[in-house]
Design a protein around this ligand. Structure first.
Ligand code: SF4
Ligand code: SF4
Length: 356
């Protein structure tokens, strides 16, 4: 949403309402929010902006975020508060937010899903799902752990091999879950026109922007039901709507897919730490998720302004998986085919990414 100033809040109500209503008028019918977005002001804004008949035209997705609940009673109250902030009597889609191994334990301990299912029985909630940035194996466990309607995952051509990845996505779809894609532009990074992938795109006849290449790649996957993209200007809404209209499963040919493969390779080569995320270094006896640490760091280095990598490290990574737990035992280095000095890099990775 457009904001006043350089931070995440306050939302510029007038500009944001204009963009939001323009999007709905263009046919966008899925709004994704959370109690933590825009420093806690996103849900209230959505509630205000959907007055004057707009509420009925969209589905609202919001979430139970671990950051705002500490016990079962908090979880119960949160749903009630969210209905009030959103000025509605039902939330169409409700997610456990950013499920990590830590937060999953918490949600299980307090019976969060039981509360959500009770709210669904009362008609306050429609579909139930979860969002997660966890690796594929744990993601698949999550898929199998409840009778979910949908899941929300990070997916784009550059990140196809990390987190749930293409394999996790197909698994979820095979189990009947709708798939909602987040980070289609990797926090905006894949819309930049100054990164090494531009060379790959220059070899094409299409005059697609980097963002369009990425969005088309995602829509090309039949498993994808929804693509979430933050938009803060009418022009972005128009571009996203046009691309969605023109895209769909099977709309990219072999030539275009090869160009996107080359774009990914160019991006991978440009990164500071030459980690290929092969995973041979795992398991680390201390539990450090080594490839994930390097993926976040490389992303952080390429960021200008908002650091997606830093955000993921601080808010979506279990404490015991972080670089800070490295004790420099060196076990992983013997297994790394890229000869990366992992133990030497971990303190720097933590220093750069941590907000502590
Ligand atoms: S050097 Fe660090 S990251 Fe590597 S195995 Fe040992 S503790 Fe884990
Ligand atoms: S073995 Fe080396 S290249 Fe492979 S994931 Fe680990 S650090 Fe990265």
């Amino acid at each position: 949403m457009p904001v006043v100033g350089d931070g995440y809040s306050p939302i510029d109500d007038r500009a944001a309402t204009s963009v939001l209503r323009h999007a709905i008028d263009k046919g966008i019918n899925y709004l994704d929010t959370a109690p933590t977005y825009h420093d806690g002001t996103s849900e209230g804004f959505i509630g205000r902006a959907l007055q004057d008949g707009y509420r009925e035209k969209v589905s609202i997705a919001t979430k139970m975020s671990r950051k705002v609940v500490d016990c079962r009673e908090d979880c119960r109250l949160l749903i009630h508060e969210q209905l009030g902030r959103l000025r509605t009597d039902h939330i169409d889609l409700y997610l456990l937010h950013n499920v990590t191994k830590d937060s999953w334990r918490f949600f299980e301990d307090v019976g969060a899903l039981d509360l959500i299912e009770r709210a669904r029985d009362r008609g306050e909630i429609g579909m139930v799902g979860f969002s997660s940035h966890e690796e594929r194996d744990f993601f698949m466990e999550l898929v199998d752990s409840h009778d979910w309607d949908f899941c929300q995952i990070q997916f784009n051509y550059a990140d196809r091999g990390i987190q749930a990845g293409a394999e996790g996505m197909s698994y979820a779809a095979s189990k009947g879950l709708e798939v909602v894609v987040m980070e289609p532009l990797k926090g905006g990074m894949l819309s930049r026109d100054d990164l090494p992938y531009m060379e790959a795109f220059a070899g094409s006849d299409h005059d697609w922007s980097p963002a369009e290449w990425s969005l088309r790649w995602i829509w090309d996957h039949p498993e994808v039901s929804v693509v979430l993209s933050g938009m803060n200007a009418h022009a972005q809404v128009d571009e996203n709507c046009r691309v969605a209209d023109e895209s769909g499963p099977g709309t990219l040919g072999d030539d275009e897919l090869r160009i996107l493969d080359r774009a990914k390779e160019a991006l991978d080569r440009s990164c500071n730490i030459p980690c290929t995320a092969c995973g041979y270094c795992l398991p680390c006896p201390q539990g450090v998720q080594i490839p994930r640490m390097f993926t976040l760091f490389n992303n952080h280095v390429l960021s200008t302004g908002h650091s997606w990598g830093g955000n993921m490290y601080n808010f979506s990574t279990a404490q015991d998986e972080k670089a800070v737990n490295c004790i420099s035992c060196g076990e992983c280095e013997e297994r790394c085919p890229q000869d990366i000095k992992i133990s030497e890099l971990m303190p720097m990775v933590h220093r750069e990414l941590s907000s502590d």
